[in-house]
Design a protein around this ligand. Structure first.
Ligand SMILES: Cc1ncc(COP(=O)(O)O)c(C=O)c1O
Length: 355
């Protein structure tokens, strides 16, 4: 089979080097004569993996003192509930920005534990833009945003200055650009886009936020317990953590988040330029809010979308079909994707226009 360019939204393309290391580790890890899948998570070999993964997160994102890093389970979706469970008491209010389906799901969970104030929403416009005018109430316990809206193809280009702890779901753009962690009370992300494979969720949280709510927290839902136990309160998802470590090693070798940002900007610019110039296609989002990770577009003649999709599959461009709530196409162009994949897609768009 010829080269397949993987535009899937997640699980998604990973660095080849991380996958090769992962395959080797599945057969034999560290010269131990055993697979990483069959050794104790308490072994010094696996503890070294967890330690390095956490160290790389801190190093790559320049996480300041006073923050803890943990690898948890349950996906980013469990964080939607764990955040209010740990940080929002009954009767207190949390503020949310409603910019898409994932934000909406986070809001739904928070309502189970306290009051939710939606500061602004683009729901009426099918989430095609990021609302920018709102006041963050000073008495809110925190303000939650989704930094990149995987389904709708919008992204916060800057983060608001918040008088209350800012919490960001960075599931689909973590490690794609530098972020000033000190601006945040918490950052979290499912691993399966820019950080490896499904099965673990990264949490970076400011220590001073913890231990404040009055309710009792079951151990597995308590950030403090996971942090005190260095993400080993129970058996951690050993292989997803290993893959996160390998993916982060790759990010670091490539030059870190600054290098990722440069490459991602170049890829996104090339694709958006074609979308804007080619009369057969049009973007779905406000130009200033366009995501550099998930590029959403439709065809000027929707009846041709099926044909384009078939042509894309035949040309080895996989995973381009848009989410059902947006339609059209979505090219997910995460860190591990090289510019040649964008060139292949742009070439197909051009041939299609010339037909
Ligand atoms: C922005 C965002 N948040 C949350 C999620 C849910 O993540 P998980 O499936 O790990 O629970 C996703 C999944 O694609 C996402 O893109």
């Amino acid at each position: 089979m010829g080269k397949v360019h993987n535009f899937s939204s997640g699980p998604s393309i990973l660095p080849r080097q991380a996958m090769e290391a992962g395959s080797r580790a599945c057969l034999e890890f560290n010269g131990m004569g055993m697979s990483i899948l069959e050794i104790s998570h308490r072994s010094k070999e696996f503890v070294a993996v967890m330690d390095e993964a956490i160290k790389l997160v801190k190093e790559i994102l320049s996480v300041p003192a006073g923050y803890s890093v943990a690898f948890l389970q349950g996906g980013a979706s469990l964080q939607f509930a764990m955040i209010p469970y740990n940080l929002l008491d009954d009767g207190e209010t949390a503020a949310y920005l409603e910019t898409g389906m994932w934000a909406n799901k986070a809001i739904k969970e928070a309502k189970l534990f306290g009051n939710v104030k939606i500061l602004a929403s683009s729901k009426e416009a099918n989430y095609t833009f990021i609302p920018k005018t709102y006041d963050i109430p000073k008495d809110a316990r925190y303000f939650h945003v989704t930094s990149n809206n995987t389904i709708y193809g919008t992204q916060l280009q800057t983060f608001p200055d918040s008088p209350v702890p800012l919490i960001a779901d960075m599931s689909s753009d973590i490690f794609s650009r530098p972020v000033d962690v000190s601006k945040f009370g918490m950052i979290y992300a499912g691993a399966q886009k820019n950080m490896g494979i499904a099965g673990t969720t990264l949490v970076i949280i400011k220590d001073e936020l913890l231990g404040k709510v009055k309710r009792k927290i079951p151990s597995m839902l308590d950030y403090k317990i996971h942090i005190e136990n260095e993400s080993m309160y129970n058996t951690p998802p050993v292989f997803p953590v290993y893959m996160a470590m390998e993916t982060l090693r790759w990010v670091k070798q490539q030059g870190g988040v600054l290098a990722m940002q440069k490459k991602n900007e170049q890829k996104a610019a090339r694709l958006y330029q074609e979308i804007d110039e080619n009369l057969m296609f049009k973007g779905t989002c406000a130009v200033e809010d366009r995501s550099k990770m998930n590029v959403t577009f439709v065809m000027a003649k929707p009846e041709l979308e099926n044909d384009f999709n078939k042509a894309a599959e035949a040309a080895g461009l996989s995973g381009l079909k848009g989410h059902r709530s947006v339609g059209g196409f979505r090219a997910s162009i995460y860190n591990a994707m090289d510019i040649d994949a964008i060139d292949a897609l742009v070439a197909l768009m051009k041939t299609f226009a010339n037909k």
